[in-house]
Design a binder for this molecule. Structure first.
Ligand code: APR
Length: 265
């Protein structure tokens, strides 16, 4: 594995534009279960259709609201792990770094990363189910109209409130995928960390980076079964956990190689 880490460090030492795509695995070491862990995962006791689709919400809004409220409380009780901190530190070691995450938690931000693009929305935000004031109509917790039953309702139109997260069958936040694609196609190193790469369009981004700019793709995941898509893509697979990276290696390498021309593509 060490030679793969070495290769990844070399690529990062030469990188000009680094883009990162993260998924649930990055937050696992903070104590947030991933989506697809068979027994302990977030869907373990439910079908995702019940919790992560507009139909599931309409069928039982109280259950869905309460489930996300529990996730929100869980998120507040956990802390960023070394993986989050390392990505924030890496931003200071390379000329540019852009993080796109599928995660709805705020651990990248709390780990020190700025301008994180949340493709699937943010759990900390609440919005009107009808987006009555435009997409998204965010509602502060202090403005929520709380009745006898959950969910609370919108102070503007009386519709149910819901988490500002993207459910299956819904479109991504306006402009989000364009920005993620732009970061991918201009990157020369693309890091994929903690995602099964099973949900599109996010799973397409490493392809875009590879196709458009011959980016070197670095995959950080303890599971070798990441799917043919990512295995085909990965120039440098680190079979490890996201909470174990050491950005100092990249920095040391960068310093050692200072002044080297950028390798020809
Ligand atoms: N470090 C890195 N990767 C890890 C770690 C770790 N410590 N632990 C687990 N993983 C990997 C798993 O091997 C798996 O490949 O993280 C991945 C988690 O996969 P999923 O649970 O499918 O999460 P993700 O890929 O982020 O899901 C994408 O699907 O359900 C939807 O909207 C939801 O954003 C989510 C999207």
């Amino acid at each position: 594995m060490d030679h793969l880490i070495q290769k990844a460090a070399e690529a990062l030492s030469r990188a000009r534009h680094v883009a990162v795509l993260t998924g649930a695995g990055v937050s696992k070491e903070s104590g947030i279960p991933t989506y697809r862990d068979a027994l302990t995962g977030l869907w373990a006791n439910y079908r995702f259709e019940e919790l992560a689709t507009p139909e599931g919400f309409r069928a039982n809004p109280g259950r869905v609201w309460d489930w996300y409220a529990e996730r929100r409380a869980q998120m507040r009780g956990v802390n960023p792990n070394p993986g989050h901190y390392a990505m924030a530190a890496l931003a200071d070691l390379v000329p540019s770094l852009h993080i796109t995450t599928q995660n709805i938690d705020d651990l990248h931000e709390r780990g020190g990363s700025r301008d994180v693009l949340h493709l699937h929305g943010q759990l900390s935000q609440i919005k009107c189910y009808n987006d009555c004031q435009g997409n998204p109509t965010l509602v502060d917790e202090s403005e929520m109209v709380i009745g006898a039953a959950s969910p609370p309702t919108c102070p503007h139109c009386g519709a149910w409130l819901r988490p500002n997260v993207v459910w299956f069958g819904e479109i991504l936040p306006p402009g989000a995928f364009d920005r993620a694609t732009q970061a991918a196609v201009t990157s020369d190193v693309y890091i994929v960390a903690g995602t099964a790469g099973a949900v599109f369009p996010a799973a397409q981004l490493p392809w875009d980076a590879k196709e458009a700019n011959k980016a070197i793709v670095i995959d950080i995941n303890p599971e070798p079964t990441g799917g043919a898509l990512r295995r085909a893509l990965a120039d440098s697979r680190r079979v490890g956990r996201a909470g174990q990276p050491d950005p100092r290696r990249a920095r040391d390498r960068r310093h050692a190689e200072d002044g080297l021309p950028r390798p020809a593509r």
